[in-house]
Design a protein around this ligand. Sequence first.
Ligand code: DGJ
Length: 733
Amino acid sequence: MNLSHKVLRQFILIAIILTIHVIHVHSQTIIPVETADNAVVLQAGVNGDVSCVYLGKKLRSVTEYGQITGVNRQADDYTGLYNSAYTSSGSRNLLEPAITVTHADGNNSLDLKYVSHEVKKISDDVSLLTILLKDPVYDFEVTLCYRSYFRENVIEQWSRIIHHEKGAVTLQKFASANINLQGNSYWLRQYHGDWAREMQPEEIQLSHGIKTLDSKLGTRANLFMPSVFMVSLDRPATEDEGGVLYGALEWSGNFRTDLEVDPQNDLRIISGVNNYASPYSLRSGELFETPAFLYTYSAHGKGFASRNLQSWARNHKLLDGKGTRLTLLNNWESTYFDFNESRLKELLQDTKRLGVDLFLLDDGWFGNRYPRNDDHAGLGDWQENRKKLPNGIAAIAREAQANQVKFGIWIEPEMVNPKSELYARHPDWVVKQPQRPEYYFRNQLVLDLSNSQVQDFVFQVVDSLFIKDPALAYIKWDCNAVIYNAYSVKLKNNQSQFYVDYVLGLYKVLQRIRAKYPDVPMMLCSGGGGRVDYGALQYFTEYWPSDNTDPLERIFIQWEYSYFYPAIASSNHVTDWGRQPLKFRVDVAMMGKLGFDIVVSKLNEQDLKFCQNALKTYNEIKPVIWQGDQYRLANPTEGSVASMLYVNADKDKAVMFNYLVNSRYGEGSRRPVKLKGLEPGANYRLKEINFYPGTNPLVDGRVYSGDFLMSLGFNPDVNTNRTSVVIQLELVR
Ligand code: DGJ
């Protein structure tokens, strides 16, 4: 073969490759979902299969998304379904499915093919992509929904399932999302916990096969494990480096997330309501809408992902995320169940003296036949205890007004003690197996919220509080028990719908409450942080991270929550837990929504003065903490110092919190801590704030450039004599 032949042959070969490639590209429908920095790229193939071909940093040119599938050289995908956008089972699939059904005729196969897609612009920030998929054999369809938040780089993904078969179809598995990541290795950061030990992190490299994160607890679903997690690509991401995906299910019940490293070394993530004991029967024409799975990807480490998620929460999800919050005095740890009207009157005076906005009356105010004097009795009987409150809540509310403070109250309306009038009156409202012994969690049982009568009851518990006190300014909604012996009298032969219908029932009640009382702040509490998720947080203004209020522990717990939730949502109370000085306790509680649960009358003069001043300081800096960008500067798990910074949007105000987390001899901030998020060219005046009366602040009015503070850093001089130091930064004009 001479040279010209060779060139010609090569030319023909290239032409063939190009043609095939062009045909290949043209025959695919590429559907990119883009945000400010990222893209999820879906692709409908010639055969109608829809795949998730890319999730990561977005490309400059949309047209290049069509080239993505051509660049990988992985092993064969025998099925063409490994990276399916919603893996259906029973046809060609070999891996973990997103959806499994039993059709009306008993057949278990499903194959979902692309029909059409549509993008709707909801606002300048928000778009909704829907992709309609249909089974060619059965009259069964799924619409994949992707709501993207452009500025915040967040996507919420869920599915709508409907069929028109001749009888009911059973949904055996019905995930919200099925996404696909490509990396050389995958590093999962997950959380486990128990009472007073919430958000304990663990990080592992994922190996082939499936790692499942799940909950089967029903209520208080996060007690052992929350649904939040993160996956880093290639190596564990740091605060500012590395690709990392954060994920969470917006669901306040059983969840299940499967992370599967597949035969092609891709990571398949399938997340949704846990199908454990939950096959769901769907009538012809009935719509089943899954909750949303939310995710955000960051190519610049965890800090960027957190700030995106926190802004998203404040702008779009958390109730009143851009609003204000009330500081408060809670009586749980100062009185427990032991109080009466005159003690509460004293506490209301203390509330005023301390200088907080509101008094929060906790557990123990109700029950007559079975008074709530400990946690064995009374839950369900939401009438004021006549001995403790002979003049009712109205009298306490009046007293609050007289003291010019607001009043809030604790409830746990989903639960019942067997020792209660409610239990005797409505045994059929209680979740328990008809033929098995009862088994209790904190001496109580759960009410059956899948029953609409129970939903009405729970709504009325809240409504009647507002009738008694129209000025009621705050509710703490607790949920202390998990579900044992799951069984609903109401659901009769449809028991497997119970776990799902419970949560849907809970949301119905919360929607009714919010329709009537849209603004009242409510704290989401579950014996600590047993129910912290964005499904619930759209109805709540804040959450209770943990009953563990030891400030040293809280530094770690709040740190981990901060990856996923904004500071404005974190209720932090100063209590007597732990051995740290009062200043340390107050400083830690300031990194969120500040409250107190101490005996104010027992504070000595200096301590009281300090708290009063701290509240004034807090009122000045809280806009920066609540709405500012958060930067985790020094990680308490990596050294002796923890340091957290909040910077406002204009970058002219910031607050830096610093703590000693290791009390061994000579420990302290040996090196300066590098700040972030400042204006490099601007000058900032630094001053120590919130110091204890009689102590001298070490930093007063020194000026540094943003460049200096971010390149060399600032040393807060944290040491065994100064275990917590708060620094305020103000731009010098
Ligand atoms: C559990 C909560 O986490 C506590 O703060 C307190 O409200 C108790 N329940 C009351 O029983």
